[in-house]
Design a protein around this ligand. Sequence first.
Ligand SMILES: NC(=O)c1ccc[n+]([C@@H]2O[C@H](COP(=O)([O-])OP(=O)(O)OC[C@H]3O[C@@H](n4cnc5c(N)ncnc54)[C@H](OP(=O)(O)O)[C@@H]3O)[C@@H](O)[C@H]2O)c1
Length: 328
Amino acid sequence: MPKAIQITEFGGPEQMKLVDLPVGEPGPGEIRIRHQACGLNFIDVYQRTGLYANPLPLTLGMEAAGIVEAVGPGVTHLMPGDRAAYASNPPGAYSQLRVMPAKTVVRLPDGIDFETGAAMMLKGLTAQYLLKKVRPVEGLERGDHVLFHAAAGGVGLIACQWARALGLQLIATAGSDAKCQLALDHGAAHAINYKTENFTDRVKEITGGKGVKVVYDSVGKDTFEGSLNCLRPFGLMATFGNASGPVPPFAPALLAAKGSLYLTRQTLFTHIATREATQAMADDLFAVVESGAVKIRIDQRFPLAEAAQAHRDLEARQTTGSTVLLPG
Ligand SMILES: NC(=O)c1ccc[n+]([C@@H]2O[C@H](COP(=O)([O-])OP(=O)(O)OC[C@H]3O[C@@H](n4cnc5c(N)ncnc54)[C@H](OP(=O)(O)O)[C@@H]3O)[C@@H](O)[C@H]2O)c1
């Protein structure tokens, strides 16, 4: 019987149990995929705690790579035997085998191994849309500074490299000097340890008092206001995560007071709503990885059965780069 990691109640990592899960045949628009590696993402924590609600029982996981075993009626872009990878709703990637919608599953190029595929889809497609599509109203030009928080993490290290490839000067923040060095080694132009330094003051210093045109903020509660203070007039606050907790409600007049700022709260799932959009973004990601401009760094590997420990380490800020779970 195929194994999967399920929760029956929202809560801590102790809720995550390895269970036997029968898997049937794919229906219309679906495939059955045998996972070779599964990706770990912070969204898995939000789904485990119930911050992002899903029906229970819930098999966690939004990202994986594997081999297509069977395709349902109407699926034309995949065939049994294809190597494939995805970032996709609904959750269920922490499993050896699953049936799922084919829409956001793409063929994995031969030059990209399964672990790399599992480590890069959700995080890489996120870096893709943030840097390419979530842009300030005044545009971004080569040489412009952008601020990117938690830059030594999974999304962060991909963004550091991709920003460099785009000619942007990424100012990284991270929670230790070692993580700051990692961000610099991956293409950040500057790095700020936001546990020991005031990142707003440092950003002002680095930009000669001007501030940045855009902040990419996935930390949420702890950095929100400081991030607004890093922006120049008409700058864009792109908030896309809540690693430290959700941003509390605030009055829009704050945006006026700080310089007619723009605010957006983005999710990857809007960007990959269609098969065509997903494929176009994935092609862009595969190209930048195959060119060598972006290397996918896997710093942690866990057997699927130890997914709870992977969650503990992620939440304790002990991971860097990507983490994969190996279904065995
Ligand atoms: N909206 C979207 O489309 C989308 C898509 C993908 C990811 N995300 C978000 O992007 C962020 C990065 O995702 P990821 O999977 O690559 O995770 P990650 O960056 O590898 O891990 C999260 C990092 O956040 C930092 N952090 C700051 N305060 C924290 C706190 N109180 N508790 C835990 N971590 C804290 C830590 O780095 P330091 O120690 O360096 O501070 C930690 O390593 C997450 O917030 C995720 O939800 C959003």
